[in-house]
Design a protein around this ligand. Structure first.
Ligand code: ADP
Length: 491
C-alpha cells in the first residue's frame, strides 16, 4: 500500500491496541490520517467507537484489578518506563520523521518533541520509587499513616499539536504511579501513539496497562469520558471541549484535569534587550506555526519600543516561508487541517474587519508553488484593540496581535484581560520589574527574557479558563494518585 512508501517509519499496524493485542475496530470503521503539508493521505486506520472503548477500558480495568502492574515493585515499574524511554530514544530519528509526516511540523521541532518525550519517561521512571506516605502524630495510642495509591484507570485524551509529547506527559506519570491507561490520540495525528503502543509491547509492559484507541472526539473520546469504569480523565485540548468533558464527567464524578487554550501575553518593556525580545517574540508566536496552547499570540509592547519591535519582527517574518517539513532548515510548517486553515483565515478576516492593521501575511501560503496542504503566511496585526476578537480568542495559527501600553500597570491590566491564563512572557532588563510583573500575571507559567522552554521537572498548567491541574514535575503525581489514611490501634 502507498502508505508504507510514504511513512516507512511505521512499525505498528493500523489497528487499535487493546489488552496487549492489535485489534480491528468492532464496527469495522476506519478513518484517514493526512499529511498536512500536501493534504495527501498518509494512513488508513481502524477507528475506535464506543464498543472498542468499552473493550479497552475493560482491559485496563482487568490489568488494574488483577494484573501485576499496581502491585508490582515500584523499582520494576521504574525499570520498564526507563526501557520505554530507551526504545523511544533508539527510534528517535524515525519517530521524529513520522511525527513530521502526520503533523506537518518542521523536523527540527519534532526532534525537540522527541527529546522532551524521552525526558518525561525518564523523569517519571525516577518518581516511581519515591511515592511515599507519611506517619502522622494523631491523638491516642494509634499508628496513623498514609498510603499514596494510584487512582485506577486513566483515560488520556490528547491533541494533535505535540502528539507524542502529549502522550508522554500523561502516560509516563500515570504508569509511574501504578495506574493503567486508555490513550485516545487526536484523530489528526494517531500514528506516534500507535508506535508508543508497539514499544510498550516490545519492552514487556503487561497487557492492558497501556491501551491505545485512535478515533474521533465525539465518539471514542466521549465514550471514554462517560465510561463508568474510568476513574480519571486527563485532557489537553480546547477550552470548548474541556467544558464539555467537565460536564460529561460529572455524571460518574470522575477526576478531571484539563490543560486548555490560551491567549498568552508577551510583554516587551522599553528597558528590554530589544533584539532578544524580537527573537523571542517571533518564536513565541511562530513556533509550531502558532499551534501551541502557550503561543505568545498577544504582543504587548511599550509605546516607545513599538516601532522598532514591529519593524524587526516583520523583517524576520518575511523570511519565514513554507519549506519541506523534513528539511532541517525549514522553520515554518503547515497548519494541521483544512478546518484549522479555514478557522485561522476566518480570524484574519475578522481582524481586518474590526480595524486592526495587517502589516504582513494574512493569506493562505503556497507550498512548492501550489495551493496544496494547509499553509498560512506568518501574519502580524498591529494597532489591535483589547476588545478585538483576535486579542481575545485563541486563533491557534501564526497570527500575532500587537497592542501597546504606556506603563507597567497598564501592561499588567491588558495582559490579564482575557478569560485565559496559561502562560506569559516578560522582556525587561530590570530585575525588580521582572519579579514584580511575574507575580502579578495571572498565568500558570511566566517566562522572563525567554519564551517556550518547558521541562519534565517543572509544573505546567493553567489559571482561569486555561484549565486546572498541573502536569509535569512532582505536581503531576497529585493527578495520578490518591491518599489513604490508615489507623492502627496500638493499645
Ligand atoms: P483542537 O481544537 O486542538 O483540535 P480539541 O479540543 O477539539 O482540540 O481536541 C483535543 C482532543 O479532544 C482530541 O483528541 C479530540 O478527539 C478530543 N475530543 C474532541 N471532542 C471531544 C469530546 N466531545 N469528548 C471527548 N474528547 C473529545
Amino acid at each position: 500500500m502507498a502508505t508504507t512508501q510514504i511513512a516507512p517509519e511505521r512499525k505498528a499496524p493500523s489497528k487499535l491496541f487493546i489488552g496487549g493485542e492489535w485489534a480491528d475496530s468492532r464496527s469495522g470503521a476506519t478513518f484517514e490520517s493526512l499529511n498536512p503539508a500536501t493534504a495527501e493521505p498518509l494512513a488508513q486506520l481502524a477507528e475506535a467507537r464506543a464498543q472498542d472503548v468499552d473493550a479497552a477500558v475493560a482491559a485496563a480495568r482487568e490489568a488494574f484489578e488483577s494484573g501485576p502492574w499496581p502491585r508490582r515493585d515500584a523499582a520494576d515499574r521504574a525499570e520498564l518506563l526507563w526501557k520505554v524511554a530507551d526504545r523511544v530514544a533508539a527510534r528517535a530519528a524515525e519517530l521524529a520523521r513520522l511525527e513530521v509526516l502526520d503533523n506537518g511540523k518542521p523536523i527540527r521541532e519534532a526532534e525537540i518533541d522527541l527529546r522532551e518525550a524521552i525526558d518525561a519517561f525518564r523523569y517519571y521512571a525516577g518518581w516511581a520509587t519515591k511515592l511515599e506516605g507519611e506517619t502522622i502524630p494523631v491523638r491516642g495510642n494509634i499508628l496513623n499513616y498514609t498510603l499514596r495509591e494510584p487512582v485506577g484507570v486513566v483515560g488520556a485524551i490528547i491533541p494533535w499539536n505535540f502528539p507524542l509529547l502529549m502522550a508522554a506527559w500523561k502516560v509516563a506519570p500515570a504508569l509511574a504511579c501504578g495506574n493503567t491507561v486508555v490513550l485516545k490520540p487526536a484523530e489528526q495525528t494517531p500514528l506516534s501513539a500507535l508506535e508508543l503502543a508497539a514499544i510498550a509491547r516490545e519492552v514487556g509492559l503487561p497487557p492492558g496497562v497501556l491501551n491505545v484507541v485512535p478515533g474521533l472526539g465525539e465518539t471514542a473520546g466521549a465514550a471514554l469520558v462517560r465510561h463508568p469504569d474510568v476513574d480519571k480523565i486527563a485532557f489537553t485540548g480546547s477550552t470548548a471541549v474541556g467544558k464539555v468533558i467537565m460536564r460529561e464527567a460529572a455524571e460518574t464524578l470522575k477526576r478531571v484535569s484539563l490543560e486548555l487554550g490560551g491567549k498568552s501575553p508577551n510583554i516587551v518593556f522599553d528597558d528590554a534587550d530589544l533584539d532578544a525580545a524580537v527573537k523571542g517574540s517571533y518564536a513565541a508566536i511562530f513556533y509550531n506555526a502558532g499551534q501551541c496552547c502557550t503561543a505568545g499570540s498577544r504582543l504587548l509592547v511599550h509605546e516607545s519600543a513599538h516601532d522598532a519591535v514591529v519593524e524587526k519582527l516583520v523583517e524576520r517574518a518575511q523570511k519565514l516561508t513554507p519549506g519541506d517539513p523534513l528539511d532541517p532548515k525549514t522553520r515554518l510548517g503547515p497548519l494541521i487541517s483544512r478546518e484549522q486553515l479555514e478557522r485561522v483565515l476566518g480570524y484574519i478576516e475578522i481582524g481586518k474587519k474590526q480595524g486592526a492593521e495587517l502589516v504582513i501575511g494574512g493569506r493562505r501560503a503556497r507550498y512548492q508553488g501550489e495551493e496544496k496542504g494547509f499553509w498560512v503566511e506568518p501574519t502580524i496585526f498591529d494597532r489591535v484593540e483589547p476588545q478585538h476578537t483576535i486579542a481575545q480568542e485563541e486563533v491557534f495559527g501564526p497570527v500575532l496581535a500587537t497592542l501597546t501600553f504606556r506603563d507597567e500597570d497598564e501592561a499588567i491590566a491588558l495582559a490579564n484581560q482575557t478569560i485565559y491564563g496559561l502562560a506569559a512572557g516578560v522582556w525587561t532588563s530590570n530585575v525588580k520589574r521582572a519579579h514584580r510583573v511575574a507575580r502579578r500575571l495571572r498565568a500558570g507559567t511566566v517566562w522572563v527574557n525567554t519564551y517556550h522552554p518547558l521541562d519534565a521537572a517543572s509544573p505546567f498548567g493553567g489559571y482561569k479558563q486555561s484549565g486546572y491541574g498541573r502536569e509535569l514535575g512532582k505536581y503531576a503525581l497529585e493527578l495520578y494518585t490518591q491518599v489513604k489514611s490508615v489507623w492502627v490501634d496500638l493499645s
